[in-house]
Design a protein around this ligand. Sequence first.
Ligand SMILES: Cc1cc2nc3c(=O)[nH]c(=O)nc-3n(C[C@H](O)[C@H](O)[C@H](O)COP(=O)(O)OP(=O)(O)OC[C@H]3O[C@@H](n4cnc5c(N)ncnc54)[C@H](O)[C@@H]3O)c2cc1C
Length: 401
Amino acid sequence: MKEVLVLGAGYAGLKAVRNLQKEVGDNAHITLVDMNDYHYEATELHEVAAGSVDKNKITYPIKDVLNNKVKFIQDEVVKVDADKKTVELKNSGQLRYDYCVLALGFVSETFGIKGALDNALQMTDIDQAVAIHEHIVETMKKYRETQDKEYLNIVVCGAGFTGIELAGALVDERPKYAKLAGVDESEISITIVEAATKLLPMFSENLANYGVSLVKSLGVKIMTGCMIKEIQDGRVMYATQDNEELQAVPGKTIIWTTGVSGSPVMGESGFKERRGRVIVNDNLLDPDHDDLYIIGDVSALMDKATDRPYPTTAQIATRMGAYVGHAIAQRLKGEVPEPFSYNSLGTVASVGNTHAFGLVGKKEYKGFPASFVKKMIMNKSLADIGGAKELFAKGRFDLYH
Ligand SMILES: Cc1cc2nc3c(=O)[nH]c(=O)nc-3n(C[C@H](O)[C@H](O)[C@H](O)COP(=O)(O)OP(=O)(O)OC[C@H]3O[C@@H](n4cnc5c(N)ncnc54)[C@H](O)[C@@H]3O)c2cc1C
């Protein structure tokens, strides 16, 4: 009996398991490990953080999508020994494998910036997203008590895809915050601080400009060319190219969205990694271990057309999971899998519930049509990984507004 071990039940790992449980016969055990007993749609964390959706809307029990071929262990992966083919878990000891799928996802990247971990709120899992929303509610109440305007300031660090989506969701919820604070919504300030001067490089200039103008038109202040040097308690400290002296953006809510890296388990396990990511071969295998697949945000797959790694996204993570589930099933039957191939279907960024912009295939979408497309993408992702049950329970069917 062969042992197939999948580590992580995010987009990549859970999709791999779905294919494995469908395709693998009785000649293998499948075990899935995750530290949570639920799967979460990481692409929608910003909505939980802003308070536009409840955490239950973007999570579902992992066991709901497993059949009786899969054993689920809720535990934390501490280390992988790829030479001995073992995995160390925090509470349940050691597991052995014949094939392993490493899919432990992303963590926040602070680039060593002083105070970023202690004084900014991170947004990389459900608990952190819930904590952000609770913090905002608390600061609005504090304003009522103190009348200190800094409680009304929300500062987002980073105007990447995540920062822009978060700002859009915060705008949607601003009336609720204003009510809690007892002020007009124009008094709640949302500021994004960003080092780059050219934003959203994954889109054409036209689309990026549209996105930035849209966010600004909703009352978000975007400060570009501001290099964050330190996060103090209630202060984002930055310098510009023209002025090296530190300046401050005050705010009692500071949210960190400047970047992510792969799981620290990659470094702990001694892989050849950079920022928690391992460059994999065309079959998504660790180049040094023919039985270890590395997929999703812990992997870096080179795009031969650009000679740069593909951006880490839920889209590629899901496709990698599907490929690996099928590839392992093939290898168990003695077949030789084809290499993985990938073409991005496009990217759409939401700006709150009713606006969005993005590219699907060769077509650019803006405004309400883009928002419709984004909800369709999220529904497809739910169906792909959670199946019809999760789609009907948690899908976005408010497609026209
Ligand atoms: C706000 C936001 C918006 C985004 N929007 C988009 C978008 O529109 N489109 C897009 O394609 N991508 C988007 N992304 C990126 C996307 O979410 C990630 O690329 C994707 O989640 C990666 O999937 P994954 O399966 O590799 O990892 P994850 O989704 O991070 O899943 C990892 C899993 O591993 C588990 N885990 C982690 N460490 C351990 C451990 N040590 N032991 C046990 N279990 C562990 C976690 O609990 C989790 O279940 C967005 C990300 C964010 C934060």
